[in-house]
Design a binder for this molecule. Structure first.
Ligand SMILES: Nc1nc2c(ncn2[C@@H]2O[C@H](COP(=O)(O)OP(=O)(O)O)[C@@H](O)[C@H]2O)c(=O)[nH]1
Ligand SMILES: [Mg+2]
Length: 256
């Protein structure tokens, strides 16, 4: 099921809707990136799956691994994958800067017309990404929601409350704001600022994009339990940082 959350027309910097997939001879141009923090046991599997899906799509693609200062072997494994595949690039942070910083580095590194990201921990299935692409003929952003979130009840409740709070403060209607399965038109990132280095980043991007008139549609995707590595998304440090950034951003952005 998809739903449009904004009736506004998309306006880019030159006022035109220049994106179209109507030319069937032109391959889809897409960058896919993965934020990774200590994902030595997941990164290879996740990237290999992405390469398979993208090759099947016959897309003009690139894959970017954003290593956010991992302390394990993620950097070495990522560089090794890139050395053996010229479609794969790596971006490294010297130290751990945070989820938002990792997404910002990904969006800055991409070169294709569309940009898709999902987590490097393999909790989503990238084969659910290709059906989102045709939606870009009508919308600027596809923001997915987890159909069956594989987290504890308390984490699900916190996630629900966070989504409600952020939507209320920024005047957007998103079902699952932090769902790491989103597709954007790359040109959006020439027209919006991104200031959050922590978990607020998803909300910030959507809030700023909707305020600029970009349109969003939503689609359900499956979510899978982590099979390796450690979850850090629910750490107290991460949550406190998100709230600090929320109040800072709220002062800058007012509800329309
Ligand atoms: N939490 C966290 N994740 C990061 C960071 N940098 C990159 N990531 C990646 O972001 C994704 C989500 O992290 P995870 O701990 O699984 O959070 P969760 O899925 O929300 O429980 C994973 O792919 C991490 O490797 C960071 O500083 N903190
Ligand atoms: Mg995860």
């Amino acid at each position: 099921m998809t739903e449009n959350i904004s009736s506004q027309k998309r306006i880019d910097s030159d006022g035109n809707n220049s994106f179209s997939r109507t030319n069937p001879d032109k391959p889809v141009s897409i960058s896919v990136f993965f934020p990774c923090y200590n994902e030595q046991d997941n990164v290879e599997r996740t990237v290999t799956k992405a390469l398979d899906v993208l090759k099947n799509l016959k897309a003009d693609f690139e894959v970017i691994i954003v290593n956010d200062g991992s302390r394990d072997a993620t950097a070495r494994i990522a560089d090794d994958i890139a050395a053996h595949n010229d479609r794969v690039k790596t971006v490294h942070h010297k130290t751990n800067l945070g989820y938002g910083a990792a997404l910002k580095s990904g969006f800055k590194a991409v070169t294709k017309d569309l940009v898709f990201y999902t987590d490097g921990d393999g909790q989503f299935d990238i084969s659910e990404m290709p059906p989102l692409i045709p939606l870009m003929d009508q919308f600027d952003i596809v923001s997915c929601y987890r159909l069956d979130r594989q987290d504890s009840l308390i984490r699900k409740l916190n996630g629900w409350a966070w989504t409600k709070l952020v939507c209320l403060l920024f005047g957007v209607k998103i079902r699952d704001i932090d769902c790491a399965f989103k597709l954007y038109k790359t040109q959006i990132f020439d027209n919006i600022e991104m200031s959050s280095d922590g978990a607020l980043i998803d909300a910030e991007i959507l809030a700023r994009a909707v305020r600029k008139g970009y349109t969003v549609t939503q689609k359900g995707v499956h979510h899978f339990p982590r099979t390796a590595g450690e979850q850090t998304g629910a750490n107290l440090k991460v949550i406190l940082r998100a709230f600090k950034e929320l109040f800072k951003l709220r002062r800058k952005i007012r509800q329309p």
